[in-house]
Design a protein around this ligand. Structure first.
Ligand code: SF4
Length: 160
C-alpha cells in the first residue's frame, strides 16, 4: 500500500455513496479522468498504482477478502481488454447522449458508471485477485495505450 492511497481512497465512498445524494459529485470523476489521462502520457499507469481511489480501495480493503485465485487468462488478452473497453465506452456514450445536456443527469451518469464498475471490481476482486478488475479496467487499458503512443512519438523525435 502506498501512502498516497490513504488519502485518495476516501474519494471512492465520496463518489459512490455521496454521488447518490448529489450527482454533481460525478464531476470529480471527470476531473480525475482529465488528470490521469494527461499523466499517463509520461507516467503510464502511475495513477493506477499510486492514486486511483478504486485501486486504493482494492489494495487497502479488498485485499483482506479476496480468495486470491488466478485471474482468468482471457483477461490478459489484448482483444478481450479492448472488447471490454469498447463495450464500456459504447454504453457510456449512449448514457451521456441520453442525459441530453442536463448537468445533474450527466453527473449521475459518471456516478452510476463508477458504482457499477466498483461492484464489478469487488466481485472480480473477491473471486480472483484483489486487483483482478485492474487487468481489464477500460481506464487502465486507455492509460497504457496513451503511454505507448507518447513513447513511440518520443522515440521518433529522438531518432531524428
Ligand atoms: S485499472 Fe482502473 S480501477 Fe484499477 S487502478 Fe487503474 S484506473 Fe483504477
Amino acid at each position: 500500500m502506498k501512502k498516497t492511497q490513504l488519502f485518495t481512497v476516501w474519494l471512492l465512498p465520496l463518489i459512490v455513496i455521496g454521488g447518490i445524494f448529489n450527482p454533481l459529485l460525478g464531476y470529480l470523476v471527470v476531473a480525475m479522468m482529465a488528470f490521469f489521462l494527461s499523466l499517463s502520457l509520461l507516467k503510464g499507469r502511475y495513477w493506477c498504482w499510486n492514486l486511483c481511489p478504486r485501486g486504493a480501495f482494492l489494495d487497502i480493503v479488498l485485499s483482506r477478502f479476496t480468495l486470491n485465485k488466478f485471474v482468468p487468462g482471457i483477461f490478459t488478452k489484448q482483444w478481450f481488454r479492448w472488447l471490454i473497453f469498447t463495450l464500456f465506452m459504447g454504453f457510456f456514450v449512449f448514457r451521456i447522449l441520453h442525459a441530453g445536456g442536463n448537468l445533474w443527469a450527466l453527473g449521475a451518469v459518471f456516478v452510476s458508471m463508477c458504482i457499477v464498475t466498483t461492484i464489478i471490481a469487488i466481485i472480480i476482486g473477491v473471486v480472483t485477485k484483489h486487483r483482478g478488475w485492474c487487468v481489464i479496467c477500460p481506464m487502465g487499458t486507455l492509460q497504457e495505450k496513451i503511454y505507448q503512443i507518447g513513447k513511440s512519438k518520443k522515440d521518433i523525435f529522438s531518432n531524428q
